[in-house]
Design a protein around this ligand. Structure first.
Ligand code: PRP
Ligand code: XAN
Ligand code: MG
Length: 175
């Protein structure tokens, strides 16, 4: 849509790049699990797709959990935020584990930004524990446990969305 293309994207508004390597992400997920280990036990992990799948796998491994479900949502088309769509909810079996309200369930996502996604999932499972690896200020109040806060004008580049590339020297104007 031409109208949408003329507006600055969320990423363009978020001026500061924050690239995260696989190593860093793994370390941050392990740090998150240390905190979650104090809060549990949990019956199951629910990943908010797609970004939550990677931290959910790491957290589930560290907590010894083997029941993993998904809430499939879509809101950003790359870096443009559109209407939030729930493409799939949790299974009946997982819902039963959480007594219908999500008690004892652990929801995992890679980050909260505006909090739109988190708010929706919290409405579906109000008693679940919601954990993210990164949090921006607008979304932070929705999260029960997170590891690193970044400013609202930061754009996080996850390792599954990026590849190594040449960077000009800082002296020549690199960010
Ligand atoms: O707090 P919000 O402003 O809602 O933004 C956070 C959400 O945005 C990203 O997902 P996205 O919708 O881009 O889908 P993806 O996980 O499939 O990349 C991210 O993984 C979070 O789920
Ligand atoms: O890769 C991403 N980085 C971000 O900072 C972000 N915020 C919302 N959605 C996002 N996706
Ligand atoms: Mg996501």
């Amino acid at each position: 849509m031409a109208e949408r293309n003329s507006e600055p994207s969320v990423q363009e508004r978020a001026g500061r790049p924050f690239p995260v390597s696989w190593d860093q992400f793994h370390r941050d997920c392990r740090a998150l699990t240390w905190r979650l280990n104090e809060v549990g036990p949990f019956q199951a992990v629910i990943a908010i797709t797609r970004g939550g799948l990677v931290p959910a796998a790491i957290v589930a491994r560290e907590l010894g959990l083997r029941v993993i479900d998904t809430v499939c949502v879509a809101s950003y088309d790359h870096d443009k935020q559109g209407d939030l769509k729930v493409l799939k909810g949790i299974s009946e079996q997982t819902a039963k584990l959480g007594g219908g309200t999500g008690k004892g369930l652990l929801i995992v996502d890679d980050l909260v930004d505006t909090g739109k996604t988190g708010r929706l999932v919290r409405q579906l499972l109000p008693d679940a524990h919601f954990a993210t690896v990164y949090a921006k200020p607008k979304g932070r109040p929705l999260v029960d446990t997170y590891i690193t806060e970044v400013s609202q004008d930061t754009w996080i580049y996850f390792p599954w969305d990026t590849a190594l590339s040449f960077q000009p020297p800082i002296r020549d104007g690199a960010a």
